[in-house]
Design a protein. Structure first.
Length: 586
């Protein structure tokens, strides 16, 4: 092999690794966070967890990505260690799909249909479809499909290039002599582990081994330890990912390591002991790409089958490695741990995590404002303290979520994901502003209590009606956001228009009472301030509702909702407006 052959080999390896990365990224984008949500919710049964882990890994083509995801789930408290064990086992099974796909490169036949199964035959067609989708596709889905097809094509061409570059090595004695050292099982395991640890992917390292197998220099006996080592080496990614996490997440990484270590020891013990007793004939036979895929699959199925009944044992082994401390036992759960850095690589799922926290914040904001309103009629220092405590907590929510969304916005987001991040940032701000208005209402109540003053009977009735309308718009907005109910969000704007009219009428009626001497100027200032806070809360509710509707209709402008409604929508708007106007007339 000359220098040009080496350069071809390096180029093939680069294409192979880039193609695998591109295809995996496209598959993750296309899943839109759905796979992560499935993993999060459906892992109570060990067998189901194994099947889910295998399925998700087969789809995203990376056991490392699945395991890192699980480390993030455990670190954030979404998943328990006992649930993670089954997924890790399944991930090892799911990653074998890649090896079988790569083994197609070795198909040789005179039949046209068999030839078409060879990647070098069908990959150009996939590349053509992929580039058309990527360049002309208007939707994110089509572009993701294009990325997946192009990634697969580059992966296969890289595999072919590597195989072609190393074929001449079959006639080089020095290369054959170099590989004889792998006949030592320990060296084979170490070599496989180091290769996988460096490139951070067992699928890629198995692919490289399959490419080298075309030289005919590997036997089943020498390849098996290397494949075992590759499974151990893939644990490095999870171990690195667990750095800086809590102990539960680090235990998850150790479970992954112990699973592969124990599996390797058992498999190699059985294989070499059996070979010593029965002298397996296939051990000295040359192994090809399909044989490597077969061994890889058998090992992972064997390990999963043997260790599945001992998931509790693996869990206990992880706890023996990292014992539970008293501080850990007594530690309270931090809700913000779900904003894990590992989820940034899957934006759709990270957005869901942010949304769940904003939903918590929305409930807290609604409760805070309703408590503040109740202080107006039933003064209580305890309630005031509760409102202030909630406001401080809401500020923390805003700081944490806003910082995470800012980091998320710098990721490679799809158009829809980018819209969602922007809408969440706006909603976050509006909910925080509502909690600020709750503090203002409390201050109005404190002033009235200090001066032992109260509104006139008519003023009280009007403010009660005004307050009821504000309470309803707040309830509708919060429920619409939490349940992601666009139809309910559409009912917010008509009520906001009614509240605008209420605000004007309350102030106008107050001026009349002031002229007649039925109300004081000081109380008038309090009423005016209170009405302004009510009206601002309604405005923020309107903003939140419009942001929700914008996710369905990207052409909807924030401040011209009523102008853009069609005839049917206008009729429904007017019907709701009339209904709310009658309900809250003063």
């Amino acid at each position: 092999m000359d220098v040009f052959g080496v350069l071809t080999l390096i180029g093939g390896l680069a294409l192979f690794l880039y193609g695998m990365n591109t295809m995996g990224a496209g598959l993750e984008k296309m899943s839109g966070g759905r796979l992560e949500r499935i993993l999060e919710k459906l892992t109570s049964n060990p067998i189901r967890a194994v099947l889910l882990g295998a399925g998700v890994t087969a789809v995203i083509q990376s056991s490392s990505a699945t395991t890192v995801m699980v480390v993030g789930f455990v670190n954030s408290g979404i998943m328990k260690l006992s649930q993670a064990v089954g997924i890790i086992m399944g991930a090892n099974v799911g990653t074998t799909i890649t090896a079988w796909l790569l083994s197609l490169t070795g198909i040789e036949s005179g039949s046209f249909f068999i030839k078409m199964l060879k990647p070098s035959s069908f990959a150009p067609i996939l590349a053509l479809i992929g580039i058309i989708f990527l360049m002309s596709g208007k939707s994110d889905r089509k572009k993701d499909i294009g990325q997946i097809l192009l990634g697969f094509t580059i992966l296969m061409f890289g595999m072919d290039t590597m195989s072609g570059a190393v074929k001449p090595l079959a006639d080089v004695p020095e290369f054959t002599n170099l590989l004889t050292m792998f006949k030592n099982p320990l060296i084979g395991v170490i070599a496989g582990a180091l290769l996988t640890a460096v490139i951070q992917s067992s699928s890629a390292s198995v692919g490289i081994l399959q490419a080298l197998s075309v030289t005919g220099a590997f036997t089943f006996g020498s390849a098996i330890p290397i494949i075992m080592g590759q499974n151990i080496g893939t644990c490095v990614t999870a171990m690195i990912s667990s750095i800086g996490t809590n102990k539960s997440a680090r235990r998850t990484a150790f479970v992954h390591l112990y699973f592969n270590l124990i599996g390797t020891i058992l498999f190699m013990t059985l294989f070499f002991a059996g070979n010593a007793v029965f002298s397996f004939q296939f051990a000295d036979e040359t192994i090809g790409a399909p044989g490597i895929a077969l061994v890889h699959t058998i090992f992972n199925l064997f390990t999963t089958f043997i260790l599945l009944p001992f998931t509790k044992g693996l869990e206990k082994l992880a706890y023996l490695t990292l014992p539970k401390t008293e501080d850990e036992k007594n530690a309270s759960i931090d809700v913000f741990t779900i904003l894990d850095e590992r989820f940034l690589s899957t934006p759709a799922f990270a957005i869901e995590q942010c949304r769940s926290l904003v939903a918590q914040m929305a409930e807290m904001t609604r409760d805070s404002f309703l408590v503040a309103m109740s202080v107006l009629t039933e003064f209580s220092e305890e309630k005031i303290a509760d409102v202030i405590a909630k406001e401080n907590r809401i500020d923390v929510y805003e700081d944490k979520i806003s910082a995470y969304l800012t980091r998320l916005s710098s990721e490679n987001l799809s158009y829809h994901d980018s819209l969602q991040v922007s809408a969440l940032q706006h909603c976050l701000t509006d909910f925080e502003r509502i909690s600020d208005h709750a503090i203002n209402v409390v201050e109005n109540a404190q002033q009235m209590n200090k001066e032992k003053a109260g509104f006139s009977k008519k003023g009280r009735e009007e403010m009660t009606t005004f307050g009821s309308a504000v309470q309803e718009i707040l309830e509708r907005t919060t429920t619409a956001f939490i349940q992601n109910d666009e139809m309910l969000a559409r009912t917010v704007e008509p009520l906001e228009e009614v509240i605008d009219e209420l605000n004007k009428n309350v102030k106008k009626h107050h001026v009349k009472r002031l002229r007649k001497g039925k109300c004081t100027i000081e109380l008038g200032l309090v009423l005016s301030d209170l009405a302004m806070n009510y009206e601002r809360v309604a405005d923020h509710c309107s903003n939140i509702a419009v942001y929700m509707m914008q996710l369905k209709d990207t052409h909807l402008a924030e401040h011209s909702f009523t102008e853009q409604m069609d005839e049917a929508e206008s009729a429904e708007f007017m019907r709701l407006f009339a209904e709310f106007e009658q309900k809250y007339s003063i």
